[in-house]
Design a protein around this ligand. Structure first.
Ligand SMILES: Cc1ncc(COP(=O)(O)O)c(C=O)c1O
Length: 432
């Protein structure tokens, strides 16, 4: 038995608990949250922070929402968990119905996974098994664009950017996929023919070995917060279709309204063959993801046998129930208007950062606001800086960004934007 003698919880956390993308060396500092309410995080020192991150795209309704609390507590009284092998339950059935109804036409087969990364693994397995079932087992590669991020598990890492992504030290161990340069001309671009050329060329060169194209539609998230044009997305989808391969949309970050459409694929009016959802699916309450596919894929795989994936907590009833209610809550709200308001406000306020020293660009889409710098920030100075201003904003690399809960009031959003603006005005001392 190991013994630990922490002087306090802070030290126990620092010396014994891993945090995301962090060393465990006693140097890493975390702020201790005791409760959350609406758009606020309450810290154990009494400080209250306005949340600009929605807990990494998840908490779209804000925190501690009475409706979601009620859904999950009601569910706990009847069925918290049961294995999904050989058993089913109403929360999973109800949620599947809603997802089939809401997502682009043609996606009507649902696999419940336990996190975004696992949803990507399942999508990859679907693609592999689809081509095996079609007697083309030589098709084992995916085509994607650089600056992508699809998760931290091995299949997902293999489609993340191999150089600028967070996983380059694993490169030799990963599936060998094809990465080409992606679009750079932004959301409003209309002439994207030249930007599609690398995809076209790769499709030509690897015609016999590709399973499909995988992309984050419209917004590349953790790989650089790049926005690209619906014309590019449409073009990429058409290229996949004319090559006869699958198109996989990773909407784990963009799903459920974040870009101003319920799903980012709607900007280009496309239906992918496989769609991955996660993050905001449960309104930030629990981990749950889903991989949807067309009947063509499920039938092709199932003619030969089973889809070979089945996690212990597959279709967890608590997660499915809270996801169902989160979707209802979203659809009953004025989410489109709320997001338009957030977008307009961030346009007005964050655009003031443009043309400041060290600012490369400012871009806003839906409820996502990004200030990209020319140099990376120093987390040891910028994080306490934001906390001292009573906001929770967590930059990474050269990016300071906001993606608040959709329920945020304009006054609170102004405080977030001002904190970003102030940081930009003092940026020299906050850079690495
Ligand atoms: C686009 C995208 N795909 C996949 C993932 C992985 O999801 P998870 O962190 O739930 O495994 C993320 C997470 O940030 C993401 O943004």
């Amino acid at each position: 038995m190991s013994t630990i003698e922490p002087e306090n919880d802070f030290m126990l956390d620092q010396h014994h608990i891993w945090h995301p993308y962090a060393p465990l060396n006693g140097q890493y500092t975390s702020y201790h949250v005791t409760s959350t309410q609406g758009v606020h995080l309450h810290l154990n020192n009494g400080q209250v922070l306005i949340d600009g991150m929605a807990s990494w795209w998840c908490a779209i309704h804000g925190y501690n929402h009475p409706r979601l609390n009620q859904a999950i507590t009601q569910q706990i009284k009847t069925l918290s968990h049961v294995m999904f092998g050989g058993l089913t339950h109403t929360p999973a059935i109800e949620l599947a119905k809603k997802l089939i109804h809401l997502t682009p036409e043609g996606l009507n087969q649902v696999f419940f996974a336990d996190s975004g990364s696992v949803a990507i693994e399942v999508a990859i397995k679907m693609a592999v098994q689809y081509w095996q079932a079609k007697q083309q087992p030589n098709r084992t590669k995916l085509l994607t664009i650089r600056k992508g991020y699809h998760g931290d598990t091995f299949g997902a890492m293999s489609v993340c950017d191999p150089e600028t992504g967070m996983h380059h030290q694993f490169n030799d161990l990963l599936m060998k996929n094809i990465h080409v340069d992606g679009p750079t001309s932004g959301f409003d671009a209309t002439d994207v023919a030249h930007e599609l050329r690398p995809l076209e060329q790769a499709l030509h060169h690897h015609a016999d070995e590709l399973m499909g194209i995988i992309l984050e539609p419209i917004v590349q998230g953790a790989g650089g917060m790049n926005f690209y044009s619906p014309h590019y997305l449409k073009g990429a989808h058409e290229l996949a279709k004319s090559a006869g391969i699958l198109f996989i949309a990773d909407e784990i970050a963009t799903g459920f309204g974040r870009t101003g459409k319920l799903f980012a694929c709607e900007h280009a009016k496309i239906t992918p063959d496989i769609l991955c959802l996660g993050k905001a699916l449960t309104g930030g309450y629990m981990t749950l993801a889903a991989t949807l596919c067309t009947q063509n894929i499920s039938h092709t795989i199932s003619e030969k046998g089973a889809l070979m994936h089945g996690p212990t907590f597959m279709g967890n009833p608590l997660a499915c129930r809270v996801a169902s209610d989160s979707i209802d809550l979203l659809l009953e709200s004025h989410w489109e208007q709320n997001i338009r308001n957030i977008e307009a406000r961030m346009l007005k306020k964050l655009t003031m950062c443009q043309n400041k020293p060290y600012v490369r660009s400012v871009r806003i889409l839906g409820a996502i606001g990004v200030v990209e710098l020319t140099r990376p920030v120093n987390m040891n100075t910028i994080q306490p800086y934001f906390v001292s201003k009573n906001v929770w904003i967590r930059p990474f690399g050269c990016l300071i960004y906001l993606m608040p809960p959709y329920t945020i009031e304009m006054k609170a959003l102004d405080i977030l934007c001002s904190a970003v603006y102030d940081a930009v005005n003092e940026i020299e001392r906050l850079l690495l």
